[in-house]
Design a protein. Sequence first.
Length: 307
Amino acid sequence: MNKIILTTATILASLTIAGCTNNTVASSTAGKISQDELYEAMKSTVGDTTLQQLLIKDVLTEKYGETITDKKVNAEYKKQEESYGGADVFKNVLASSGFTDVSYKDTIRLNLLIEEAVKKNSKFTDEEVTAAYDAYTPPVTVAHILVADEAKAKELITELNDGADFATLAKENSTDTNTAEKGGELTFSTGEVAPEFEEAANKLEEGKITPTPVKSEFGYHIIKLTEKSEKGSLKEERKTIEKQLLQEKLADSATVQSILSKIIQDANININDEDLSTAMDTYLKKPETSTKSSEKVESSTDSETAK
């Protein structure tokens, strides 16, 4: 999924170029650069990847475009915008990654299309759902402060025990920029945060703070449990569990590729540019029937017959 996100900006750039009415893309005292020259240059570097993503987007839009509406795309954009602290901050984040709001919405649309494809092509057995339910912990809301130094974390815990305001210390000290401005507030479900963080948070009672810093790969955390939801019955939690299982599939690149391959193989893909003819091989190649395996079966059968 990350690869798809990262290449979308390139896709959109190529679309913009293709839309130019003047064949000259750029010029200088040294001469002009035409669309054809730029196309050939881009083709040799990002051509396969760009064409691949364009075709995936077209095929998925044909199948799921009516479900993934502008309203859904805008809602997801707004959700991410708010998680970064507002429009101004978010636009700066996008700009630093080479996106505009328009190009990033296109990225969101592609990700939602892929999610819909995986969802429509995934079925979870009762056994899978039950196993996931048994391991499931309902959403937990905490406030946390993340710092790089253990001594600093201990110092902040002392301040909190002496009556300091948690939200104020989070804003002033936390290196987690996504939550610092919100006083460190964070809501998560099973598997969404570092294991050490999740374990420590789930051991707390509401309103309590971790007595010692919690170390993770990100640094040292001070965690305050704000709210812990009660776990419902399997029937009540089933939709949440299935959504969690879906997210696990989406995180598995091999599973996503397998599902996309089945869809793309039915889309009658034709690539006319010989230089780009292999761009979709990753998705169009059908699983090979192992010749060696067949030979082993035949050999084994022959051996049994000989006996």
